[in-house]
Design a protein around this ligand. Structure first.
Ligand code: ME8
Length: 519
């Protein structure tokens, strides 16, 4: 296999349990990873947890335990969430991993060798919640009249000896990057914000702390630990074996996409490329800042009591319906809202009543009326060709939309192809042909069989377990489930002559109901 593709998610702070935003990002990244595999690319996919920094330390102190203990427990819930949501990661990285400390120190030394680090004193504002330094000019007035970060998080005055990174040196290079490579930061609205920020002038960045020791040790400065974002960003290299010149580094660096949320675009599109330029490493091809997911239009928070456990949602409504909903409902890049009603409505309308029903009708008729036999039929009817062209057209649109990460648009094209198939079933009424024209009935059902297979392959990256159960029933070999297999003109004849007989089909997408307790 060739044409490597490397995708990463942000690594989450395991200072609490995963929330729906974490699930959303993991699912979107997984859809991209699976989509690229369906396209025949060799994919590496990394996710994990970001375990250093003051935020973790303070949370652990609150609970009377060590940050390592807190990280061990909480990180396991993030991994469980990924496994439960069928996230096909290749590495789940933890920043306490030994190889990560080594990679972070190597990156540090490369920046130091380039003359970009110097020792000084930091005096300024710090937000522990954001793990970010802010200029006085960026602060806003909070509800109680106190100064807060632009995100509304508390800030504290911090004075300590610190290593600094010469970020100011990279201002022009970063502007050139944004201007010459508009694809580097998407969506465009985020790029405009960053151009404005950089144009306003960049100050050198404090990159180490001396007031606590929960972090990666600064090489040669025993009382300093790295600023958590320096080590966190390095995780993308650690997973490829950096600093060693590994095959993985050669194959997968630079990354194709760092998928992150809109609140951490600054770290990924300003700090990270500057660190990489300093260390002489190529820059990622794209940083994509997705929107936030809101609970019935509101931000989830402990005080509002509306924090949702994503695994509870997956347990109630099913992993694949949840994955489908999130990719279908929200225009990727923008904020979106979810509620149990919206999940149930969307999954029932499109998965149960449309695609599930199409597959169930098609396969049951083949099972009952053709004894499950897959037959080579000759078709002379224009309607069959029209349908197959419509389905291929819909799938092509899904592919071009997914390449741009326009998932909702791609699934819209896909569901329109499903609707066209259901319309064809109604128009052709194969059940009525059984007595009058059985050859025609066979041709209609075989046309549908082909379309259902193609639609199932196309949506496999979104609803992998369900699509695979459907393709299992249809006798599709595991290796014949990607876009290349879809283009293989011989697949149908091979299946028809393989002796495969369709068994009694089982419904794939049950109709969902809202639990009694939901409003
Ligand atoms: O930021 N909707 O970790 P994190 C969608 N450790 N996405 C959301 C969201 C929401 N409601 N809330 C958060 C961190 N996210 C750092 C990252 S990467 C080197 C270090 C997204 O646990 C958020 O934007 O606060 C981020 O991409 C990811 O979840 C992890 O957030």
């Amino acid at each position: 296999m060739s044409d490597p593709f490397y995708i990463t998610t942000a690594i989450s702070y395991p200072n609490g349990r995963p929330h729906i935003g974490h699930a959303y990002e993991a699912i979107a990244a997984d859809v991209i990873a699976r989509f690229q595999r369906l396209r025949g690319r060799e994919v590496r996919f990394q996710t994990g947890t970001d375990e250093h920094g003051l935020k973790m330390l303070r949370k652990a102190e609150e609970q009377g335990r060590t940050p390592h203990e807190l990280a061990d427990e909480m990180s396991s819930y993030f991994k469980e969430m990924c496994d439960g949501l069928n996230i096909s990661y290749d590495r789940f990285i933890r920043t306490v991993d030994d190889d990560h400390h080594r990679a972070s120190q190597a990156l540090w030394q490369a920046m130091e060798a380039n003359g970009d680090l110097y020792l000084d004193r930091y005096e300024g504002w710090y937000s522990v919640r954001d793990e970010a330094f802010y200029d006085e000019s960026e602060l806003v007035d909070g509800e109680g009249g106190e100064k807060t970060s632009p995100q509304g998080t508390p800030v504290e005055w911090t004075v300590e000896e610190s290593w600094f990174f010469r970020l100011s040196k990279y201002q022009d290079k970063l502007l050139a990057l944004f201007n010459q490579h508009p694809e580097f930061l998407k969506p465009d609205s985020r790029r405009n914000e960053m151009i404005a920020f950089v144009s306003g002038g960049l100050r050198d960045l404090s990159v180490s702390r001396t007031s606590f020791d929960w972090g990666v040790k600064v090489p040669g400065s025993a009382n300093h630990v790295m600023y958590v974002w320096v080590d966190a960003l390095t995780n993308y290299l650690t997973g490829l074996g950096y600093p060693d010149k590994t095959d993985m580094m050669a194959k997968f660096w630079p990354a194709d996409i760092h998928l992150i949320g809109k609140d951490i675009v600054r770290f990924h599109s300003i700090y990270w490329p500057a660190f990489l330029m300093s260390a002489g490493l190529p820059l990622p091809k794209q940083v994509f800042g997705h929107g936030f997911l809101l609970n019935r239009g509101e931000k989830e928070s402990k005080s509002l009591g509306n924090v949702t456990d994503p695994m509870e949602l997956a347990g109630k409504y099913g992993v694949d319906p949840l994955r489908y909903f999130l990719m279908r409902e929200v225009a990727f890049g923008q904020d979106g809202s979810y509620s149990p009603e919206a999940i149930v409505t969307r999954a029932n309308a499109e998965l149960a009543n449309s695609f599930g029903n199409l597959a169930q009708r098609t396969l049951s008729m083949i099972f009952k009326n053709m004894d499950g036999e897959i037959k080579r039929t000759s078709t002379s009817d224009e309607a069959d060709d029209v349908l197959q062209r419509t389905v291929r057209g819909g799938i092509d649109e899904l592919v071009s939309s997914f390449e741009k990460l326009s998932f909702s648009e791609g699934l819209d094209a896909w569901i329109r192809a499903v609707f066209a198939c259901n319309q064809y079933v109604d128009d052709q009424a194969p059940w009525a042909l059984r007595k009058t024209d059985p050859d025609r009935m066979d041709a209609v059902l075989m046309t549908l069989f082909r379309c259902v297979r193609d639609l199932a392959i196309a949506v496999r990256c979104v609803v992998p377990a369900s699509a695979d159960r459907m393709l299992d029933q249809m006798g599709m070999p595991a290796e014949a489930r990607d876009f290349a297999a879809m283009d293989d003109a011989e697949w149908f004849n091979n299946l028809a002559t393989s002796g495969f007989v369709l068994g009694k089909p089982e419904g794939i997408f049950p109709r969902l109901e809202l639990p009694e307790s939901e409003p």
